[in-house]
Design a protein around this ligand. Structure first.
Ligand SMILES: Cc1ncc(C[n+]2csc(CCOP(=O)(O)OP(=O)(O)O)c2C)c(N)n1
Length: 211
């Protein structure tokens, strides 16, 4: 886990500098969110579906996406899964059950809830994890999706990533409000520095997470 966290940071540094040098057109780093990337996906199974925002390349890294594949996507060449049709960092991989990132903030949340509902209807034993920032939790998409998730009781985990610059009491208040409002079956919750992770999945092993 530690090796992947460090690899992620080194990859970020190289691609960030490549963007500053004009070699790639866009890049967003995962600085400070390495642990939540790797730890959250380590707790899942590879057949669980991931609906990411844009700061979760560590999830792909953990599942076996190679550094070369990251480079193909960022450079938008013919070896990229999307054949260069997407902006850099908009990774996607069917093989790794990682849905292609959409630039429009929070649109992955209703998609994820729909996918979780289909898993429930088909009686599949996998779940869905959504990643989004605190900004994403202020959107109409988030609230509509959470209403559906609560009513339909879908197999869903959420990793809400909060930037260090947001005031901590404000984050706590906001997330408590979200939990009270939508998560009827929260069985496990933990706080990792500036990040709160909430899950309703029983099979996630809470010993994997350290405070
Ligand atoms: C629907 C939509 N509105 C605005 C934007 C522009 N935009 C890109 S990133 C971003 C900030 C998102 O903040 P947050 O969800 O907290 O994630 P962070 O980048 O801070 O990790 C915004 C507003 C967008 N991409 N999509």
């Amino acid at each position: 886990m530690y090796t992947d966290m460090v690899t992620l940071e080194v990859m970020d540094t190289i691609f960030y500098e490549a963007q500053r040098q004009g070699r790639i057109s866009f890049y967003a780093t995962t600085t400070g969110e390495e642990a939540i990337n790797i730890a959250s996906t380590a707790a899942l199974h590879n057949d669980d579906f991931v609906f990411p925002q844009y700061r979760e390349p560590g999830v792909l890294l953990w599942r076996g996406f190679t550094l070369q594949e990251f480079a193909h996507q960022c450079f938008g060449n013919k070896y990229d899964n999307g054949k260069g049709r997407q902006m850099p960092i908009h990774y996607g991989s069917r093989k790794h059950n990682y849905f292609t990132i959409a630039s429009t903030v929070a649109t992955q949340i209703p998609h994820a809830v729909g996918a979780a509902y289909s898993l429930k209807m088909e009686k599949q034993d996998s779940c869905v994890i959504i990643y989004f920032g605190d900004g994403g939790s202020s959107t109409a998409d988030f609230h509509a999706a959470m209403n559906f998730a609560a009513v339909l009781e879908v197999p869903l985990s959420q990793a809400i990533q909060a930037a260090e610059r947001v005031e901590k009491p404000l984050i706590a208040e906001m997330f408590n409000d979200i939990i009270n409002k939508y998560m009827k079956h929260v069985i496990f919750e933990f706080q990792m520095t500036n990040i709160k992770f909430i899950t309703s999945r029983k099979r996630i092993n809470n010993h994997m997470f350290l405070r």
